[in-house]
Design a protein around this ligand. Structure first.
Ligand code: NAD
Length: 290
């Protein structure tokens, strides 16, 4: 297939390279010339405008920073320039309302579109092992699925337009809560005189087990190897967790959902990010517990 790829940053660069490896012809566009140079090295054809990259393609994939940019790129540069019937796959993490709005506008303009945000970071993007949660019609999903499989290990149809973004932000909202809960329990056990490794061994096999404790232990030298053992470098940056929590809080407001624990987690991550820790892995919030 001939696929346009827009947004070749930390995530998109590796994803576009995996489409090339799978045998697709990839037209790449990014505002950054460094990103375009790397895409060229990875076998993509590069373009100086999104409107040019989408000419005569079968599909457009985007991996962009936020909803305002996604809306602007599609409505100004992609609609009208991509051939009628092209399928659009927006893999960015954006707000549910914008995802639905852009998908609706795409349908109105004669295209099919899915929102397909990912779980997994840069290593999974490079390794082609992302998980995609997909919102859109059955027809759009069936066209998007084989393209997504070239970039990931799992592709799940979550529901109609916006359902992929809903799944993503609800998942990450839950992640923030169990990470903070895990940090609090580990530090309190330590303060009460329990060896943290002993607490890990007990709780990870008891009703306290959860992904943050069992698979991503936030304390250095305790439990499984994780970013905590690498000075909290790599992993999932606090700034990205905060971005997802802000989207979750916006969706909670819009839907009238009660999220008292999650909103507390969001404000703890706001404070932690504001203190200059945005680049550290999100599990490093344990350092605020003394
Ligand atoms: P990034 O900032 O590294 O990449 C974004 C790219 O988009 C940049 O290269 C930028 O130049 C380009 N861009 C911005 N505006 C553009 C425009 N108008 N036209 C063309 N290109 C434009 O960000 P990233 O880490 O690759 O994240 C991309 C998306 O993936 C975000 O929505 C993020 O929330 C999501 N995500 C990231 C991770 C992660 O671990 N980095 C994990 C899951 C999801």
């Amino acid at each position: 297939m001939k696929i346009a790829f827009i947004g070749l940053g930390n995530m998109g660069g590796g994803m576009a390279a995996n489409l090339v490896k799978a045998g697709h012809e990839v037209n790449a566009f990014d505002l950054s010339s460094d990103a375009l140079d790397l895409a060229k090295d990875n076998g993509c054809s590069t373009f100086m405008a999104a409107s040019e990259a989408v000419h005569s393609v079968d599909a457009v994939v985007s991996m962009l920073p936020n909803g305002a940019i996604v809306k602007s790129v599609y409505t100004k540069d992609v609609f009208g320039n991509a051939p009628a019937g092209t399928v659009f796959l927006d893999c960015s993490t954006i707000d549910v309302a914008t995802a639905k709005e852009v998908a609706g506008a795409a349908t109105h303009a004669g295209y099919e579109m899915v929102d397909a945000p990912v779980s997994g970071g840069i290593a999974a993007a490079n390794g082609g092992t992302l998980t995609f949660m997909v919102g859109g019609t059955t027809s759009a999903f069936s066209r998007a699925e084989p393209i997504l499989h070239a970039m990931g290990k799992a592709v799940i149809h979550a529901g109609d337009a916006g359902a992929g973004q809903t799944a993503k932000i609800c998942n990450n909202m839950l992640l923030a809560v169990h990470m903070i809960g895990t940090c609090e329990a580990m530090k309190m056990a330590e303060k009460l005189g329990l060896n943290p490794q002993t607490f890990y061994e007990i709780s990870s096999q008891s009703s306290g087990y959860n992904w943050s404790l069992n698979a991503y232990t936030p304390m250095p030298g305790v439990g499984v190897e994780s970013p905590a053992d690498n000075q909290y470098q790599g992993g999932f940056a606090t700034a990205l967790m905060l971005k997802d929590l802000r989207l979750a809080m916006e969706a909670a407001d819009n839907s009238g959902s009660a999220v008292p624990l999650s909103s507390r987690a969001a404000s703890l991550y706001e404070d932690y990010d504001a203190a200059g820790n945005g680049g550290l892995d999100f599990s490093s919030i344990i350092k605020t517990y003394r």
